[in-house]
Design a protein around this ligand. Sequence first.
Ligand code: 5GP
Ligand code: ZN
Length: 115
Amino acid sequence: MNDCLFCRIVAKEIPATVVYEDDAILAFKDITPQAPVHLLLIPKAHCSGLCDLPESLVPVVGRLHQVAAKLAEEAGVAERGWRLLTNCGPDSGQSVFHLHFHLLGGKPLGGRLCQ
Ligand code: 5GP
Ligand code: ZN
């Protein structure tokens, strides 16, 4: 999708600090990190969010979780702990409508998942 920011990052039309790439998944650093480690993991194929997940992307999202664990290890946060989350829809605060998972770590993340 031409007007989708993350599709444009996949197409390398917009630069990003890529930390992992395969045929179906891209991972890159968040431009406004909220923790010392803040990565975004996305399926390369466009899908607006988890509520819009097509069957074809179910295995990709499964593999993406394995990739997240590998990246957490590489980023040195596996032992202390990390969080993987996705926002879906207006109440979640989702601002980019291409499915993405935030990988956060490198500091105590707190027990509360919402205020
Ligand atoms: P959301 O609020 O949709 O869950 O998360 C969107 C994330 O994308 C935010 O954490 C935001 O900082 C990040 N982001 C927005 N624009 C860009 C960009 O151009 N490049 C990168 N690397 N991250 C972006
Ligand atoms: Zn997209």
